[in-house]
Design a protein around this ligand. Structure first.
Ligand code: IVH
Length: 673
């Protein structure tokens, strides 16, 4: 065991090393060590901080993983108001801006052109080189302190590096969700039947305000810093500010450019009009800033925005076309998506025939009528969206488009859950697209991974009445498949062997394949490890489900609902009879070493000497115990470390629950083995 002094020195060394490698990775895009080596250092740091809680530092990279719950974010006043920029849309307007500037300065200044990032504005405050506060724009005067969430963003340094770091530094930047991360999250949401995030900007602003910083850490937000607010005195130009911020390790973009004439500004605008689509992040324009800080002062501010800068917003390429019809599509989960069929129109190199209308609110927002001429636009996202209706072209007396009341596929009355934008068809077991969607979900790679089967084959099998649920796949015969178009002997053999092979799919993937709402692959794994078999899971009460790691009310209720439906019971029983694995297998169980703890329930609380908390929990699980989150009369043991809350202790004593030190827990494991 280290002394406090030794631990402090080691913590310092680890923090420096981790910051260094983080900087290399996020700013210089290179690695000197492997991910594993990086993780080992981080784990050692987390463990030491648990052993020596007094040594936890504000700039510790352990905060990158989250762990703070913020019921609400304190509202704090900005030391300097957060201004916005006035927008322009044409080069003529930019020229007018330039003329105003030249007139006020009585000379032609130098400008810096930068990309305008489309995310959520943030103010970052560093004291003595350490990130101490991150505040959202709010109303420009006051914003929300979202520091714990922002500390999880790996491209934002928790500690600055280099020379001449000011005592107090305040910078402004934009937090954004890279396209790749936006797509990953939406794919995951699709898997569990959650409504999709509409665009990266809304997703970024929603994520920054999430209550649980562990959830924020899971979404890989990023940041660009583009403005230094304080200390201004030591700089003479914005360019110097950008260079210094970069040297201190802040994520300053490399795409800015110094321009001395309207022609070079125009060149920058034209270049990035198309080049920006190759960037991993959404941008919606260019910001043009006067470079000299003295000249910025001369120009001054209006109430809302500086006179020394202007935003040029790219007009998303758009086209006008008449609406032919609105079609309502039914997804796997029964969610209804309205889709507009349009008179085909060319737009950014493709012909647009359809555009999503998202949900009923969107139809209402647009005030869409039959036969309306609409404007479609293609932004960074691939699916074109309808931005507005050209009201002047509206046909007299045309009727407003109304949302359907019944499912277009099975006629069931639609339902809408409070707080959700989407309407749903509740007929899960009888509505054809929901049934086909469930089969598609079942066979996908992350689930049963059935080779040789795709949406078209499923469509054929379903429409010919050969299969109606995924369970029917396991009774398919050679002769059934001979009826399919473009399906020769090779395809048939391939499919049958794919189906056969899928019987070896591990329990956790089977559980995911069932398509229980909110049960994604991670949740399925937790459930499999906790309950070990479908039999046990199917009988679990809500309280028992809540005892499993990461299972909250919403997931628990969805699981109970699923098992309550008789069709689902038949479904998994048929799959089980066909030979699908519905329990953990030996190789999964290898993780479970003994059964010494024999199903006893444990709460782990406080800080430990020998174990870090996660290892202690794992040890309990590996030895047949269960972890629960709350203290109740049904609880068997509490393993209590230092700093266990007094109210917890009192409650446990009142209920007569056995409280173990970690040494007592150790001997319990040994004595019974
Ligand atoms: S400068 C006082 N530069 O656009 C000037 N803003 O509509 C501070 N933005 O509030 C802003 N990229 O949220 C600046 N390169 C950039 C930017 C940028 C995006 C955002 C920012 C700002 C808004 C103005």
């Amino acid at each position: 065991m280290l002394t406090t002094i030794e631990a402090a020195a080691r913590i310092d060394e680890l923090i420096q090393k981790i910051h260094h490698h983080n900087y290399l990775y996020y700013q210089e895009h290179r690695q000197e060590i492997s991910d594993l080596e990086f993780d080992v250092m981080l784990q050692e740091l987390i463990k030491l901080e648990k052993q020596f809680p007094d040594l936890l530092r504000e700039d510790s990279p352990s905060q990158r993983v989250g762990g703070t719950i913020s019921k609400e974010f304190p509202s704090v006043a900005h030391a300097h108001p957060m201004l916005s920029l006035s927008n322009t849309y044409t080069i003529d307007e930019v020229q007018e801006f330039e003329e105003r500037v030249v007139k006020a300065l009585e000379k032609k200044p130098e400008y810096i052109c930068e990309l305008k990032y489309d995310g959520v504005a943030i103010s970052l405050i560093y004291e003595n080189g350490i990130l101490v506060q991150a505040i959202t724009r709010g109303d420009g005067v006051k914003g929300d302190d979202v520091t714990p969430n922002v500390k999880t963003i790996r491209s934002i340094p928790l500690q600055l590096m280099g020379q001449n770091i000011p005592n107090r530094l305040e910078v402004r930047g934009e937090i954004y969700l890279p396209y790749s991360e936006f797509d990953r999250i939406n794919k995951e949401r699709e898997d569990i039947g959650e409504p999709l995030l509409s665009n990266p900007r809304n997703a970024a602003s929603g994520t920054v305000k999430m209550q649980d910083s562990t959830q924020v850490a899971r979404r890989q937000l990023s940041c660009m810093v583009y403005y230094l607010v304080e200390p201004k005195q030591r700089f003479t130009t914005h360019e110097e500010c950008l260079l210094s911020m970069k040297q201190w390790g802040l994520p300053v973009p490399t795409t800015w450019q110094k321009c001395s004439s309207i022609e070079s500004i125009q060149h920058y605008l034209t270049h990035w009009d198309t080049a920006r689509f190759d960037l991993p992040v959404a941008t919606d324009g260019v910001v043009i800033k006067v470079n000299s800080l003295a000249e910025q002062d001369t120009l001054g501010l209006t109430a809302k925005s500086p006179r020394w800068a202007i935003a040029f917003k790219y007009k998303a390429e758009e086209a006008c076309t008449p609406l032919l019809s609105v079609e309502f599509q039914v997804g796997r989960t029964g969610a209804i998506t309205p889709v507009a069929n349009l008179v085909p129109v060319p737009l950014s190199g493709t012909i647009v025939k359809r555009a999503t209308l998202h949900n009923a609110n969107e139809i209402h927002r647009l005030d869409l009528h039959e036969g309306d001429t609409i404007v479609v636009e293609k932004g960074g996202e691939i699916i074109p969206k309808i931005t507005r209706v050209v009201k002047e072209k509206r046909i007299a007396d045309s009727l407003p488009i109304t949302f359907i009341k019944n499912c277009p596929e099975c006629a069931s009355p639609l339902i809408r859950t409070e707080g959700e934008a989407a309407y749903y068809c509740p007929n899960e077991s009888g509505c054809p697209p929901q049934r086909k969607g469930k089969i598609e979900h079942f066979i996908q790679r992350k689930a049963m991974n059935i080779d040789g089967l795709g949406p078209e084959t499923i469509e054929q099998l379903y429409s010919k009445g050969i299969i109606s649920t995924a369970a029917d796949l396991y009774s398919l015969q050679y002769k059934d498949l001979e009826q399919l178009e473009r399906f020769g002997k090779k395809s048939i053999d391939n499919l049958l062997s794919g189906i056969e092979k899928s019987k070896q799919t591990p329990f956790k993937s089977v559980l995911f394949a069932l398509g229980i709402r909110f049960v994604g692959i991670t949740v399925a794994e937790k459930l499999a490890m906790h309950f070990h078999s479908m039999d046990v899971l199917s009988k679990a009460t809500k309280d028992q489900l809540l005892e499993a790691p990461e299972i909250g009310d919403k997931i628990a209720e969805s699981i109970i609902d699923w098992f309550a439906q008789i069709d689902n019971q038949h479904f998994w029983k048929r799959l089980e009879a066909a030979g699908i694995l519905f329990s953990l297998q030996e190789e999964d169980k290898l993780k479970i070493e003994t059964d010494i703890l024999n199903g006893a329930t444990f709460v782990v609380s406080g800080v430990f000497q020998k174990y870090d908390r996660e290892t202690l929990k794992e040890t309990i699980l590996k030895n047949g115990g269960k972890i629960v989150s709350s203290i109740s009369s049904k609880l068997n043991y509490i393993v209590a470390g230092e700093n266990m809350g007094p109210s917890k202790l009192e409650k446990a004593q009142k209920l007569g629950i056995r409280i173990l030190t970690e040494d007592e827990f150790d001997s319990m494991l040994r004595s019974e083995s």
